[in-house]
Design a protein around this ligand. Structure first.
Ligand SMILES: NC(=O)c1ccc[n+]([C@@H]2O[C@H](COP(=O)([O-])OP(=O)(O)OC[C@H]3O[C@@H](n4cnc5c(N)ncnc54)[C@H](OP(=O)(O)O)[C@@H]3O)[C@@H](O)[C@H]2O)c1
Length: 264
């Protein structure tokens, strides 16, 4: 077999990626990255019109096409409908980016049992969607790459003094959710490896949206070896790497892009 060039390895032409939470702060950049690498992108949102509008804005390389579907992680029937709609429109799914999540209110001092359980239900949604894509890949043959979104807060605790007096502490339920996602990745990767379905986590460090409290962001900057927050475009290379044949021998791993946050 001829050795593939680096351009061939990273090229996503002819592949179709489903991205959840695609209209969000990071999801938008991840979707653009996949489209710029040549993929067809199925944009998923809880609102179909929002998904379709964002799909129309995505860059088109070669003959790629982008689509919009509706899906809610907290509703298994919605996940099933969304997958069916994605396959009906796009024909096939080769790449899943499990990026969306619904944050529950409350920190360790006041979160309710209902809110905690709701936060963890996002993991159930991620799993059910991943299983649909695995089953679809097995049925049609040809494999798939599944990318989970982790967090630095899956790996380390947060600094209490980064939040004190400004906003509530980072959510204990969110830390629990994201820790579980990293471990779910390993489990699924092992079971699905022989089916040609790779599962990896992409873990962002601090990438606060412009709406995050300024004072909190300034404190977070002092906690980072690089002294600054990440920009969404700094995740684009990693998502294309994980989605493409460039990472063909990689599964069950966690790619951490955090400006060194977890290094000290
Ligand atoms: N930003 C960071 O600093 C950071 C750091 C570490 C990890 N992460 C991870 O990166 C991912 C994206 O974060 P982000 O900062 O871009 O968040 P975001 O801007 O809030 O986007 C999250 C998206 O999730 C979708 N969503 C909400 N509830 C949902 C549900 N029930 N079912 C399906 N989708 C739902 C929303 O899209 P619709 O309203 O269109 O449905 C929303 O746009 C998350 O997994 C997060 O944990 C982010």
């Amino acid at each position: 077999m001829a050795e593939p060039t680096i351009q061939q390895l990273f090229d996503l032409s002819g592949k179709t990626a489903l991205v959840t939470g695609a209209t969000g702060w990071l999801g938008a950049a991840l979707s653009r990255a996949l489209a710029e690498a040549g993929a067809n992108v199925v944009v998923s949102s809880r609102k179909q019109e929002k998904a379709q509008a964002f799909a129309r804005e995505l860059p088109v390389r070669n003959a790629a096409r982008h689509y919009g579907i509706e899906m809610d992680y907290l509703d298994p029937a919605s996940i099933e409908r969304g997958v069916a709609d994605a396959i009906r429109q796009a024909g096939r799914i080769d790449i899943l980016v499990n990026n969306g999540y619904e944050l529950s209110p409350g920190d360790l001092t006041n979160i309710t049992p209902e809110a905690f359980n709701k936060q963890l239900s996002n993991a159930t949604g991620c799993f059910l969607l991943a299983r649909h894509i695995h089953d679809h890949a097995v049925q049609r043959g040809g494999g798939a790459s599944i990318i989970m979104l982790g967090s630095m807060y899956a790996l380390v605790g947060s600094y209490p003094d980064a939040y004190a007096g400004i906003c509530q502490a980072s959510s204990v339920a969110y830390h629990t959710l994201k820790g579980g996602i990293v471990q779910m990745t390993r489990h699924l990767a092992v079971y699905w490896a022989k089916d040609g379905v790779r599962v990896n986590t992409l873990t962002p460090g601090p990438f606060p949206a412009p709406t995050a409290p300024r004072a909190m962001v300034e404190r977070l900057c002092t906690k980072s070896p690089m002294g600054r927050m990440g920009r969404p475009d700094e995740l684009k290379g990693a998502v294309v790497f994980l989605a493409s044949d460039a990472s063909g021998y990689m599964t069950g791993q966690n790619v951490v892009i955090d400006g060194g946050w977890t290094a000290w």
